[in-house]
Design a protein around this ligand. Structure first.
Ligand code: NAD
Ligand code: DAU
Length: 354
């Protein structure tokens, strides 16, 4: 780890990125950690309040779609390792504005790849471009089976198509120009600081305010949930010990049908809010389905478990309880991120649930 001095983390003001930045800033005082983020609606520097005064932490407000600004940052700060998380990340938004996803997720990634190539000029010793991706690139599973690292890409939403494209470009830069890269594809994350457009924080917020819980379709869609801090730890491990050119699937072996998850969430919320059992469940409202809704995602995380000795540190029930407590303790955070543009988004997305 001797020459790994300047580490660029993109998207560090977002949900997963903020947990990764915190872990790196706290664990690696000898490295300079640069958090590059344009602060979209999903980026929030409050997420990093506790580490913003650390000497090894630096924030750069840059949009990755701005090739010149990205190049300049690479030249000025001489990054030798990159962990790339910045992205448009919400499937529903990708259905209404696919071009924004192409711009950030595809062109933004290309700008970073090109800037790394320009700076490193073929000297790839101690260099790394680590790209954070999603299990959604593999498409949808039926009732059985798991995504492995060799499952063929088959994305269905504009979001997953843009992430698949960015994965392909990263791999192509590796094969064509020799750029040292690693890609990891993770399942659904949950935990503190997740923007309340995603299922779990949205439903926590709605229960707090007594609003409908809009379950898409019949609620029988299945996702594989992982606590965000376990994802951050996996990223750290892969960053340090992962094999170049490799893909790692990260997941919790923790599948839940949406409706079962929502019922567990309702149960835990009733207990924490001292409400009679069954109160929150009454808010469940079935609404129009998401177009192209993937039936099931499930990750086979055997490779990272066997090769890097990684496994999730908490059960889903524990992680969910920690998550709910965080939202109940951080109502100001929630109020801040759900004002302004969020209200317009909510009205447009959920008019049928009101
Ligand atoms: P998020 O939406 O919470 O955060 C994204 C961050 O990227 C924000 O801080 C935002 O300001 C920043 N950003 C967006 N566009 C940008 C641009 N053009 N230039 C600079 N910064 C920009 O996302 P997340 O859920 O934390 O996901 C982070 C990464 O992990 C994404 O690449 C996503 O595809 C991937 N991923 C997410 C999950 C999940 O369950 N959330 C699972 C697997 C993989
Ligand atoms: O699998 C990894 C992916 O997980 C990440 O790459 C994405 O960035 C992340 O957003 C997430 O995608 P999903 O579409 O699975 O997450 P979301 O929280 O939007 O939805 C989870 C499930 O809940 C999905 O089946 C849709 C359903 N849902 C979601 C919302 C927001 C509802 O039924 N109602 C809702 O209001």
């Amino acid at each position: 780890m001797t020459n790994q001095k300047n580490i660029l983390i993109t998207g560090g003001a977002g949900f997963i990125g903020s947990h990764v930045v915190r872990l790196f800033v706290q664990n690696y005082p000898e490295f300079k950690i640069y958090n590059l983020d344009s602060l979209t609606y999903a980026g929030n520097l409050e997420n990093l309040k506790d580490v913003e005064d650390y000497k090894n932490y630096h924030f750069l407000k840059i949009d990755i779609t701005d090739a010149e600004a990205v190049n300049q940052a690479f030249e000025q700060y001489k990054f030798n390792k990159v962990i790339h998380l910045a992205a448009e990340s919400h499937v529903d938004r990708s259905i209404t504005d696919p071009l924004a996803f192409a711009r950030t997720n595809i062109m933004g990634t290309l700008n970073l790849l090109q800037a790394a190539l320009n700076l490193w000029k073929g000297d790839f010793k101690d260099k790394l471009f680590y790209h954070i991706s999603t299990d959604e690139v593999y498409g949808a599973l039926g009732e059985t089976g798991l995504f492995t690292e060799t499952t063929a890409y088959d994305p269905n939403s504009p979001y997953s198509a843009s992430k698949a494209s960015s994965d392909h470009f990263v791999r192509a830069y590796g094969e064509t120009y020799g750029l040292p890269f690693i890609i990891s594809n993770c399942s659904n994350n949950y935990g503190p600081n997740q923007f309340p457009e995603k299922l779990i924080p949205l439903f926590i917020n709605n229960i707090i305010s007594g609003k409908a819980l809009p379950v898409y379709g019949d609620g029988n869609y299945t996702r594989d949930w992982l606590f965000v801090i376990d994802h951050a730890k996996a990223i750290d491990l892969i960053f340090r010990e992962g094999e170049l050119k490799a893909t790692y699937n990260i997941g919790g072996f923790n599948e839940w049908k949406n409706i079962d998850l929502v019922k567990l969430l309702c149960q835990q919320m009733d207990e924490k809010l001292n409400k009679p059992s069954g109160t929150s469940e009454q808010l469940i409202t079935y609404v129009k389905d998401r177009p192209g809704h993937d039936l099931r995602y499930a990750i086979d995380a055997t490779k990272i478990n066997k090769e890097l000795n990684w496994s999730p540190s908490v059960t889903f029930e524990e992680g969910l309880s920690i998550t709910i407590d965080w939202y109940l303790d951080n109502t100001e955070w929630m109020e801040k991120v759900t004002s302004g543009d969020y209200l317009k988004y909510y009205q447009e997305q959920y008019s049928s649930a009101e």
